[in-house]
Design a binder for this molecule. Structure first.
Ligand code: FAD
Length: 346
């Protein structure tokens, strides 16, 4: 995108992956950006995420796929510097026990029935898994090399990149968007689950996910078996900090306490695929609340005081996957608001 002429004073509420990528897009376009975040980046849902770049549990699917394709390009480029950015390209298998949903003919681009056709077309080298590459009971699947992001490390990279672009970070609880925008030209609301109280938007709700991090016995590829709509999935994501085992998706569950029985069931499911995992040493348990919404809210409105606000929240189980695509759109919306009303100040 080309640079803007008028530099605006913008407050971004939220310092998870959605807020930081939006803030970077705006700061690198020349705006004066301040991120307001209640939590340290390491304590957000974004820090819990397994970090696989693949659209999952996010609506509307068609838009999510467009955003994912854009993010794929950005993350694939960042994967050239994994130590610095936390992103790496890793090969893996995406499969499901229920057939059809992953496409039927075997060629990329036949996934129209699950809304992912554009994704299958966009991922370089994505191909149908051969029978011998699939676990027992799995009718079909895909092999692909995609970005896998070490989120704690990636969030630190995003903070450094924002600072380098002149952006600032502030830890504080925002009680009203109007107040956040009182001394600014514009507000960008990336408060995730916080939007439920802040907007307020009752459509935003938690989908709780639990993970177990174990010592990696030597697994180098990612593996996901997820049936559409199922609350229990089986996945393994090799991260530098350990092998991430998942997962669960409990609608409207608010607890952040790991449940030992759920953890045991996760390890047992993963050990059915890789028996050596039954004995793997557990390094950590993690729980996060996906900020789910029937559809991502990516739209501009005027707050009651007249200050324009761009909302960017409700990314459910796909925030890491769509973040850069959504950040581009935030930038486009900020420019559109600017053009519509002329100079925002003075
Ligand atoms: C177990 C699990 C695994 C996942 N795996 C993946 C994956 O592999 N790939 C993927 O793409 N996605 C994954 N996700 C989903 C992903 O984590 C989310 O979609 C993403 O983190 C949402 O980012 P966010 O920035 O909107 O929210 P958050 O990371 O929750 O950030 C919200 C920010 O808003 C701030 N905030 C909220 N309210 C206020 C307030 N009133 N005042 C000030 N600040 C406020 C918070 O402090 C925080 O900084 C996973 C999620 C879970 C739980």
């Amino acid at each position: 995108m080309t640079s803007n002429t008028e530099s605006l004073d913008i407050r971004v509420v939220g310092g998870g992956v959605i807020g930081l990528t939006s803030a970077i897009a705006l700061a690198e376009d020349g705006h004066r950006v301040r991120v307001l975040s209640r939590d340290a980046a390491g304590d957000t849902t974004s820090a819990v995420a397994g970090g696989l770049c693949w659209p999952y549990r996010i609506q509307p699917y068609e838009r999510a796929v467009e955003w994912s394709v854009r993010s794929f390009q950005v993350l694939a480029a960042l994967a050239g510097r994994p130590e610095e950015t936390g992103a790496r390209m890793v090969t893996g298998t995406m499969t499901a026990t229920t057939g059809g949903g992953r496409g039927a003919s075997g060629k990329a681009g036949d996934g129209a029935e699950d809304g992912l056709a554009a994704w299958y077309d966009a991922v370089p080298g994505l191909r149908r898994a051969r029978a011998e590459e699939l676990p027992e009971g799995h009718a079909s699947g895909w092999r692909a090399r995609t970005p896998l992001v070490d989120m704690p490390s990636h969030l630190r990279y995003l903070e450094r990149r924002l600072t380098a672009a002149g952006g600032a970070m502030e830890r504080c609880e925002v009680t009203s968007l109007e107040e956040a925008g009182a001394a600014a030209d514009m507000v960008v609301n990336c408060s995730g689950l916080g939007a439920r109280a802040l907007v307020p938007d009752p459509e935003v709700h938690p989908v709780q996910g639990q993970l177990v991090i174990v010592e990696n016995p030597g697994i180098e590829e990612w593996y996901v078996s997820a049936d559409a709509g199922a609350s229990d999935t089986t996945y393994l994501l090799p991260q530098p900090y350990g092998l991430v085992l998942g997962g669960t998706a409990q609608e409207n569950a608010w607890s952040l306490e790991p449940d030992p029985a759920v953890a045991e069931a996760i390890v047992a499911r993963c050990a059915r695929r890789f028996p050596e995992l039954a004995r793997a040493r557990v390094l950590a348990h993690k729980v996060g609340l996906r900020p789910a919404r029937p559809a991502v809210r990516l739209a501009a409105e005027r707050l009651s005081g007249g200050v324009p606000c761009v909302h960017n929240y409700g990314h459910g189980g796909g925030g890491v996957t769509v973040a850069w695509g959504c950040a581009d759109e935030v930038l486009r919306m900020v420019r559109a608001v600017q053009e519509e009303r002329g100079p925002v100040r003075g």
